[in-house]
Write a protein that binds this ligand. Structure first.
Ligand SMILES: Cc1cc2nc3c(=O)[nH]c(=O)nc-3n(C[C@H](O)[C@H](O)[C@H](O)COP(=O)(O)O)c2cc1C
Length: 212
């Protein structure tokens, strides 16, 4: 590791995060650090849901916005995750920033974003990605790559000129945290962990330090 990167690391990990009192503020600090240090996709997070049998399911998604109301991602409503969230609107999220040796766990209730939020975000996507959203039947069996390319070509021809509207089956979800956990690597696996929990979003956070 170069001197500069060691210096950067020590700057990034300086301060005692376990003194934090507000999980959203601490998340903002760590996310800003991750934006500086991660090789790519600092906003990538694992999204865990459960199926109707209670069997957990997990996949990566990109966090496209957050504030004190929660963490937002976008996807297809009829996808596996979309169906699982419709049946059981609760989820867990996990950010792991390898370069910082930090993880943040979040659990909470899930709600749909508004139509306007989904439209606004969809409008910011590159045209190819907008076309892909129309062409993909996410999580359904796909007979061949060629079949997908044909579907893409069909949609592209339809929207050769003008804007691509948001597909009706594509939207976003917001996870409103009831629990956060911040974890930071320490030598010899003597890691630091703090948890913030509340029973409802209207209640104040209860902070607890946890054994590693
Ligand atoms: C880094 C990364 C980011 C991803 N971001 C998204 C995303 O924001 N939305 C999405 O629908 N799929 C995203 N995917 C693909 C999902 O992991 C997953 O394959 C897809 O959504 C289908 O999941 P499902 O069958 O459980 O619904 C991403 C994959 C990776 C590796």
């Amino acid at each position: 590791m170069s001197d500069t990167s060691i210096q950067q690391q020590s700057q990034l990990t300086s301060g005692d995060f376990t003194a934090a009192e507000n999980p959203f503020a601490l998340f903002a600090e760590w996310f800003a650090d991750a934006n500086e240090s991660e090789l790519n996709d600092p906003n990538a997070m694992a999204l865990a849901t459960v199926d109707p049998d209670g069997l957990p399911d997990v996949r990566m998604v990109l966090m496209k916005g957050y504030d004190t109301d929660g963490f937002v991602f976008y996807s297809h409503i009829a996808s596996q995750k979309g169906r699982e969230l419709a049946a059981n609107p609760k989820a867990a999220l996990l950010f792991h920033w390898k370069s910082l040796r930090r993880q943040v766990r979040i659990r909470g209730a899930v709600s749909a974003v508004t139509e306007t939020e989904a439209d606004d975000y969809f409008a910011t996507r590159p045209k190819q990605a907008q076309i892909g959203a129309w062409a993909s039947k996410q999580s359904q069996p796909l007979e061949s790559r060629f079949a997908f390319e044909q579907a893409i070509a069909k949609v592209a021809a339809r929207y050769l000129v003008g804007q691509v509207p948001r597909p009706p089956g594509w939207s976003g979800w917001r996870i409103t945290p009831l629990r956060f956990e911040f974890w930071h690597d320490r030598p010899f696996r003597l890691h630091d962990r703090i948890e913030f929990s509340r029973d409802t979003p209207a209640q104040p956070w209860i902070k607890t330090r946890l054994y590693p």
